[in-house]
Design a protein around this ligand. Sequence first.
Ligand code: TSB
Ligand code: ZN
Length: 583
Amino acid sequence: MINIKEDERLSVLNHSCAHLLAQAVKHLYPEAKFWVGPVISEGFYYDIDLGDVTLKEEDLEKIEKEMKKLSKDGKRIVRHELSRKEALEMFKDDPYKIDLINEMDENTVITCYTQGDFTDLCRGPHVESVKECKHFKLLKFSGSYYKGDANNKVLQRIYGVCFDSEEDLKNYLEELEELKQRDHRKIGKEQEIFMNHELVGAGMPLWLPNGALIRKQLENYIYEKEEKMGYVHVYTPCVGTVNLYKTSGHWDHYKENMFPMMKVDDEEFVLRPMNCPHHMLIYKNKLHSYRDLPIRIGEFATDFRYEASGAVKGLERVRCMCQNDAHLFVTPEQIGDEFKKVVDLILAVYKDFGIKNYKFRLSLRDPKDKDKYFDDDEMWEMAENKLREVLDSLNTPYYEAIGEAAFYGPKLDVEVKPAVGPEVTLSTCQLDFLLPRRFDLNYIDSNGEKQVPVVIHRAIFGTFDRFTAFLLEETKGILPLWLSPTQINIIPVNMEYHEEYAREIEHWLQEKGYRVITDYRNEKLSYKMRESVIKKIPVSLILGQKEVDEGTISYREFGSTETKTVSKEEFIKYLEERIEEKR
Ligand code: TSB
Ligand code: ZN
């Protein structure tokens, strides 16, 4: 999928199309006022104050029509430079533009762009004439808070995209449609994986039995891997006192991402946004010698984070999540080795799940942002240099991003692209010199001296929530046999003659631990087969007279038209192999 923002020509074209949209809206709704209209990876949008008007689907068509007309008129787009005074005068009736002008620093050259009867404050650049904005489509609209703040007024955000040719536009729209089909929210509903309910709240998904089965498989899978690598697992409460989070530093640097405090008797609690503080205390519960290290404490831990209501999305961005978390307590000499093991684990897991499209990102702090990051230049320099050194020795290509670190240290994040919307972080591995200091952790080194351990925070799946969302999109909902909530669908050909054998096979497979359903309805075989495909069940058994007489099994794999007949033993062998190979 092309990223409009990363293509220089398309970026300018889409920006100009945003202006064309604004001009058309102004013609149709003279009272309209405009906030910002940036280019995004999917095209462009414009945030517009339409007063009391709430847009409807058919309004987009009207606006598109007006845009086409304006484009045909073909006015030139002309740039003007303005002094601050001129700009303030020109936009004096527009509080949004005044706000923008006031936010600009003294040295900014203020410019505006005019096309016919419409002028907008804008940095540019733009195409020569609106004529070039010919092959566009308005995609959708939604409400969006002014400046993203839920206390502010709701503006109407209109999204669109523009290309240089009708064919490019057509291809893009087709691709977009395919991605919509892949959206995990759609698949999640169709396959009864999760649901939301307003009585529970935004960003608080309920995992339905099918979803819970998938999640259980993921838990078992990663637990086993971690156990083999010497991890121990714990259970800790999903609340902590405010003092716990003051000790860790979350209270000073992470409060906006947390649910507000609640008072119980004389104690002040918060729902936890992270599990590190609890694990620090578990480490501290005992004296440690350098010989005990690394100590790897894992937990499938529920966290709560404040995410803006407009940002929550299916299972991908939630307010209640479960991390596949672990904190590794290591000596400074062990950092490189332990980090490598985590990266190797990430790569092995991605291989098992067939995940190929991902990027490693080295997430660094923004030294200017004193609120978000713990203020200790020396510590940051040491941590970032160490992490860079480790990454360079791993030979894994990565890119650097300023301002994406955790407040306590730099991270190696793995980024993936969901079907709809911007990239998200899946796995993460983080280097932390701060929390062990704040919790006064130590171990006794080989000279009998007290030393402070280093902590590596890591989450391989990230959260089970986000990983499941991604998995559903990657597989288009066609899960491999080992993960599929229903693995086998048994279809008796004729209910009168073959039901008994179907029941026998069902019990036999269930006893062997397979997840089986049997379609006992009095429907035609072809009808039942079709439904099995719609439900994306990996294996369908067709049991008729021949199978009853011979004690065999006929099966068909999802996506295949070939039916194979085998003995019971062969069938089990086939299932075992497929599960082993994670096909
Ligand atoms: C790894 N303290 C560390 C932990 O030890 C930590 O919390 N890191 S984190 O903030 O990066 O979160 C871990 C992972 O949770 C992220 O990599 C991301 O995959 C996932 N995640 C973060 N926010 C959300 C959310 N709102 N919804 C779903 N998953 C999320
Ligand atoms: Zn942590």
